[in-house]
Write a protein that binds this ligand. Structure first.
Ligand code: ZN
Length: 432
């Protein structure tokens, strides 16, 4: 790319940045927690239509993806689970095609009184944009459109087909991205602008969700010795699961992608329910767990170890010994993923990043998962994850760094121009 062309693209991002922020704020206003994404998706479809894209607004049909590798069991209704894909066709198709993918679902807010400003009322300071989903990853999703807008402002469009995918279900199963794959979307590379702090994701862990259902014997507290307290028994099982977490971390040396990461495997008890009455020994307790696995660690092996851990912990409890808890898989069954065979797109992104930031592109091995795994593992497409600096995602006062967002959008724009090439918007004009 000519220096003058890069400069024009960078200037076009600057020019559009106010509008980009305004669109990001509008998207943050939609409280698109799981099951509530429809309005946000309608908004995304309208933005894509306005940009001349062909729209594919479709519901995820479980029967079409259930049999596919990478599928995760869904324990909630998909009646309202819609993806939106906008296709921007090139006239010349001289370049390399690209999927830009982002998720519109956000995690729950937690207690509202712990937010400084309401989570779905975006709040902007000089340096930050606050709101649930601002960082993870509505800023990135809008940046995809802003990058294409910037290219348009210079009188061009990508010289290869570009597909913008706004998906759901990223935060619990990944079945939204899987449904896009099942629908046949393919490209020469994929870019997912998750908030990666201006680094390239080289590897990510896998994630398994499961629920442990513990039973007990309900009696009046007056004769508590005759009962079995399911809630207190659950703590013993949690402790055993944390021992398993430690054992897996101790094996990190066997997993090159994460051997240098301090604590790659994190196990979290994320939700708990149980009991009915303060004066009754609780007969039930259920808790939800998220645990990571290494790239290359088989999900079936990990499940076997989880179940064995629960079984062995139960043997130490008089009641559970004969009434072992049930383990139910109710979300993520995600394999780990390492970006490989991606020299060409990585070089294009690294060059774009270098131009904008004036430094080399660093790489990250993540202790979380992203939708990149579907494209990389099951679609044979190199999937790059690269995005702005954000803080407190999944926490209170989530925020995205505005200067970082602006510069990452510039790098994304240069990457698209380099990867896809550019053609003139004016049909009669020559191509560059
Ligand atoms: Zn995310």
């Amino acid at each position: 790319m000519l220096d003058s062309q890069a400069a024009a693209l960078v200037a076009a991002v600057e020019e559009g940045f106010d509008e980009q922020l305004s669109l990001t704020e509008q998207l943050v206003r939609f409280a698109s927690t799981r099951g509530e994404e429809q309005a946000a998706q309608t908004f995304m479809a309208a933005l894509m239509t306005k940009r001349g894209m062909a729209i594919d607004h479709f519901r995820i049909e479980l029967d079409e993806i259930r049999h596919l590798p990478g599928f995760s069991p869904a324990h909630i209704s998909y009646d309202n689970a819609y993806n939106v894909v906008g296709t921007l066709r090139a006239r010349t198709a001289r370049g390399r095609s690209l999927i830009l993918n982002g998720h519109v679902d956000v995690v729950p807010t937690g207690p509202l009184d712990m937010w400084t400003t309401p989570p779905f009322e975006p709040h902007r300071t000089q340096d930050w944009l606050y709101g649930r989903g601002a960082g993870d990853m509505k800023a990135g999703l809008i940046a995809c459109l802003a990058a294409l807008d910037a290219i348009g402002r210079t009188g061009h469009r990508p010289a290869a087909d570009v597909f913008v995918q706004s998906v759901v279900e990223e935060e619990c199963t990944g079945n939204g991205a899987l449904a896009c794959l099942a629908r046949g979307y393919r490209a020469d590379a994929v870019l997912i602008p998750e908030p990666l702090h201006e680094t390239l994701l080289r590897a990510q862990v896998g994630v398994i969700w499961f629920q442990v259902k513990v039973r007990g014997i309900p009696v009046h507290v007056a004769e508590a010795g005759a009962g079995a307290n399911a809630i207190e028994a659950a703590y013993g099982i949690m402790a055993a699961l944390h021992d398993l977490e430690q054992a897996w971390n101790d094996r990190k040396g066997n997993h090159a992608s994460h051997a240098h990461v301090g604590h790659p495997i994190n196990l979290n008890v994320g939700r708990i329910a149980g009991g009915d009455w303060a004066s009754s020994v609780p007969a039930w307790c259920e808790f939800d767990v998220r645990v990571a696995i290494f790239p290359g660690q088989a999900i079936e092996d990990a499940k076997r170890e989880i179940e064995q851990t629960v079984r062995e912990a139960s043997r130490r409890n008089v009641f559970l010994r004969n009434n072992p808890p049930e383990v139910v898989y109710n979300g993520f069954e995600a394999e780990g993923y390492v970006l490989k065979d991606a020299d060409a797109p990585v070089a294009a992104l690294a060059s774009a990043h270098q131009t904008v930031f004036g430094r080399a592109l660093d790489e990250t091995a993540s202790t979380a998962t992203t939708d990149a795994r579907f494209f990389g593992l099951y679609g044979q497409m190199p999937a790059l994850v690269y995005g702005p600096r954000a803080e407190l995602i999944h926490g209170f006062d989530e925020r995205v760094d505005l200067a970082s967002l602006r510069d990452v959008t510039k790098a994304m724009t240069l990457f698209i121009a380099e990867w896809c090439g550019l053609e003139s918007l004016d049909d009669d004009a020559g191509e560059r």
